[in-house]
Design a protein around this ligand. Structure first.
Ligand SMILES: C[S@@+](CC[C@H](N)C(=O)[O-])C[C@H]1O[C@@H](n2cnc3c(N)ncnc32)[C@H](O)[C@@H]1O
Length: 399
């Protein structure tokens, strides 16, 4: 890379940092981070870049092993350097093995090493003590990674068609099962717990939708069914973390909040978070097999649901929903990535592949959402996007 080009990237970094400092929004932060990454990539030799990318599964493995060795909670508490021998004594494990794992962690900012074999915590160490971030790492490493590894072989088997069958996605191919990923998880309680923590963790560091979507104007203003009427139904809501977030923000909103998910997930939700104490109703519901039982809600909310399914499957969800919707009153809100037509960000692309692996799902552009919803009997009333992040809300009503 010639010095003029480097100089150009450097100016880009400086300009975007200035913009962030004078207006510290999420958009300007992400912009500055991307400019800094462009510069870092320009400074890297292509061969080194490829080596590092190809080796990257070792990083997730090291984080998982460090978690198993209880390195993170110990380091997170430390106010002075923790020695290698102290870390190794936790399990116990061979100090040489721990040293090798820690080397990779230090290189990726999961710890600092002020002196040889002495370690200090970082922001990432502390984050790895959170149940949700542990769930992200463990679920992706244990459940998804074997499927990711099998994708090339699987694609060869299906003749390089775009995967559409949730009963035969790379996950099913890798784990040799014949059911959709969610039903498979329901039969594997430890994997289900990891996955649900992963889903909660996806919210971490991102604003709750009720912080940026105009709830008072778009939902509450027209909600006229009183305290017994259904206000918000979270379909496939996992442990109910989104509804709890809504309740915290709008404790006096009139009407029922209802969590729906598969029976095993509802069972887990009952013991995981205090939904009942927060007045949240729980209804076991299968959106493929049953018609929507809650009639005439103001909002039917789906977060990270449509991206799990091919268009055919998604239309089946809509078919079971539409008879319950009240014309002119009920809204559908889908919270998902809205993939830009060009230059999608890395996280959007990675999530797209993760849902392909798990259940032959896909992330969609505006046009794909419009086509899907129109073909399923709804019309899009607005695409709501928020700063910095591709995840947005697609608002729709009966066509
Ligand atoms: C990707 S997770 C999203 C969870 C939650 N909405 C969130 O964003 O954190 C998909 C959810 O859909 C649920 N689900 C899958 N198949 C379902 C079905 N047939 N009926 C109802 N819920 C289902 C899963 O159990 C899981 O909780």
């Amino acid at each position: 890379m010639d010095t003029n080009t480097i100089q150009k990237f450097l100016i880009g970094v400086q300009t975007s940092l200035d913009a962030y400092q004078s207006d510290p929004t999420e958009t300007s932060r992400v912009e500055a981070q991307e400019k800094a990454l462009e510069l870092a990539r320009a400074l890297e030799k292509p061969r080194d870049a490829i080596l590092k990318i190809a080796y990257s599964p070792t990083i997730v493995m090291a984080i998982k092993v460090a978690h198993d060795l209880q390195v993170f909670p110990t380091l997170a508490k430390a106010t002075s350097p923790v020695s290698l021998n102290e870390l190794a004594a936790l399990k116990p494990a061979d100090p040489l093995l721990v040293e090798r794992i820690m080397r990779l962690l230090v290189a990726h900012s999961f710890s600092e090493e002020p002196e040889p074999c002495e370690y200090l915590p970082t922001a990432l160490t502390k984050e790895m003590t959170q149940r949700t971030s542990i769930g992200v790492v463990e679920s992706l490493f244990l459940e998804f990674l074997p499927g990711i590894q099998k994708v090339p072989e699987y694609l060869q088997v299906i003749g390089y068609k775009n995967p559409e069958d949730p009963f035969f996605a790379p996950l099913q191919y890798a784990h040799n099962v014949k059911k959709d990923g969610f039903l498979w998880l329901c039969e594997n309680p430890a994997a289900l717990t990891r996955f649900n923590a992963f889903m909660e963790g996806q919210r971490a560091d991102r604003p709750h939708w009720a912080d940026w979507f105009p709830v008072p104007d778009q939902i509450l203003a027209g909600a006229h069914k009183g305290s017994d009427g259904p206000l918000l139904v979270d379909i496939g809501g996992g442990r109910g973390h989104d509804l709890l977030g809504f309740k915290q923000r709008f404790p006096d909103a009139p009407g029922r909040l209802v969590l729906e998910d598969l029976p095993a997930v509802i069972e887990e939700a009952r013991s995981a978070l205090d939904l009942k104490g927060n007045g949240i109703d729980m209804v076991p519901y299968d959106f493929f097999a049953q018609q929507q039982p809650i009639q005439g809600a103001r909002v039917y909310y789906f977060r990270n649901i449509f991206h799990d399914w091919s268009d055919d499957k998604a239309r089946l969800i809509l078919k079971n929903l539409i008879p319950a919707m009240e014309r002119g009153y009920s809204k559908v809100l889908l919270e998902d990535y809205i993939i830009p037509d060009k230059n999608a960000r890395a996280l959007e692309g990675m999530t797209d592949i993760a849902v392909m692996v798990f259940c032959s799902g896909l992330e969609r552009t505006r046009q794909r959402f419009t086509n899907l919803l129109e073909s399923g009997g709804l019309k899009v009333t607005k695409f709501w996007t928020r700063e910095a992040n591709g995840q947005g809300i697609i608002e729709a009503e009966l066509a």
